[in-house]
Design a protein around this ligand. Sequence first.
Ligand SMILES: [Zn+2]
Length: 210
Amino acid sequence: MAKVVIDAGHGGNDPGASGNGIVEKEYTLKISQYIYDRLKDLGLDVKMTRTTDETLSPTERVDRVLDAFGNDSDVIVISNHINAGGGDGAEVIYALRNKNTLSNLILRELESEGQNIRKAYQRRLPSDTSKDYYFMQRNTGNTEAITIEYGFLDSKGDDVNQLKNNWKNYAEAVVRAIVEYLNLSYTPVPGENYYTVVSGDKIFMGNNEQ
Ligand SMILES: [Zn+2]
């Protein structure tokens, strides 16, 4: 049975980044809840590090990751974040101990939902380059720990509108990537027939073409 831990980045006293009507801790929680519900429906074993607006220290967060299904290499950890710093597009960070297969699948699926993708990358700790830079990769044992930055809340491009309007589609993209990675069968959301608006689309409202 496939095991997945979903981590909603930040929370409680730590809102993460905020701007343009987006608070990171709120988006990470709703994206995480969505992915959790879908993976559960698809029959995977899945747990969350937090389900409320809760403050978690890095140590508490990592403990919850490792306590969920144990410190095993077949446990997938998805840590959800919203970026800041003025860029545009999605990034995925993966651990030094892992290959980039799942990260690339995630980026490809996000791209299929209209998000532009930047890169999947590993980052090393300058003081000890045998270790990962970010605690979510460094301190999560043997698990396959991935951090997803869905887009920039301070983007001068289209990320702000995309995050607000398309976050569910991006969460579904991650669900598809995980299911594909695990060679399980994917079923779309029952009754859902959603469409992602991408730039260049003509949107008809009443008789007025906008
Ligand atoms: Zn963050």
